[in-house]
Design a protein around this ligand. Structure first.
Ligand code: PGA
Length: 253
């Protein structure tokens, strides 16, 4: 079975102490993940080492960065390089979250650089794509996300694309409490997989996990994750509440 992932995205929330307690509470549930299941915590930079050591003994639990800089190193005050993340033994990095695209003007081209740097350092990018409401209303969402994949990922080799996790996050569903219906999620995930298949072949496309993000909650995760092409979720708000995220992890296929 394809890898199934429950990924928490804390964004810019929680103090260090609150984050530590949240992890303790979630790990205290002692959910034993199956070989094909993973739980990933994308936390703020200063919490990476703590998170990494919290999950160190837990099978298939990982710490992830929420971002990285698109240059290797140098005079970029305040930025964090992929090499730094690698030196902390971080295995995953969220790349191209819609909030980064919107507030920090990250383009598909910049994101391609981030993806390359991550792969060079053996960090798996969790590459986010997804359309805004106006695009959905115009009915051009498929073309829009296709372009995001083409411009940021399609220079990769077949071997490299297998190391990517994709997160489909319709912007109109992020933090709004408005979730895509299972039909909308499945339709888009199947589309994304077919776009990957058209470039890399079906066998490879079938190995790439595609997560759904956008108001995943404890009470809708199971239904969303039951879609054949939805391989788990990237979860914001509900990942900040231990009981909710525990339920979401338990909803993985
Ligand atoms: P949300 O955020 O679950 O709060 O909608 C999801 C995300 O932005 O990753």
């Amino acid at each position: 079975m394809r890898t199934q992932i429950a990924a928490a995205n804390w964004k810019m929330n929680l103090t260090f102490q609150q984050g530590e307690k949240l992890l303790d509470d979630i790990l205290a549930a002692e959910i034993k993940l199956k070989d094909h299941q993973k739980t990933i915590f994308a936390v703020p930079y200063p919490y990476l080492t703590m998170t990494r050591s919290e999950v160190a003994e837990e099978k298939n639990y990982y710490a992830a960065s929420q971002n990285c800089y698109h240059k290797k190193s140098g005079a970029y005050t305040g930025e964090v390089s992929v090499e730094m993340l690698h030196s902390l033994n971080i295995n995953y990095c969220v790349v191209g979250h819609s909030e980064r695209r919107e507030y920090f003007l990250e383009t598909n081209v910049i994101l391609a650089d981030k993806v390359n740097l991550c792969l060079e350092s053996f960090i798996a990018p969790i590459f986010c794509c997804g359309e805004a409401l106006a695009i959905r209303e115009a009915g051009t969402q498929n073309e829009f996300v296709t372009k995001q994949l083409e411009e940021s990922l399609f220079h990769l080799t077949a071997e490299q694309i297998k190391g990517i996790v994709i997160a489909y996050e319709p912007i109109w569903a992020i933090g709004t409490g408005k979730t895509a219906t299972t039909a909308q999620a499945q339709e888009m995930h199947a589309h994304l997989r077919s776009v990957i298949a058209s470039k890399y072949g079906e066998a490879i496309a079938n190995q790439v996990p595609i997560l759904y993000g956008g108001s995943v909650k404890a009470n809708n995760a199971k239904e969303l994750f039951s879609c054949p092409d939805v391989d788990g979720g990237l979860v914001g708000g509900a990942s900040l509440v231990a009981a909710d995220f525990i339920e979401i992890i338990r909803s993985l296929k």
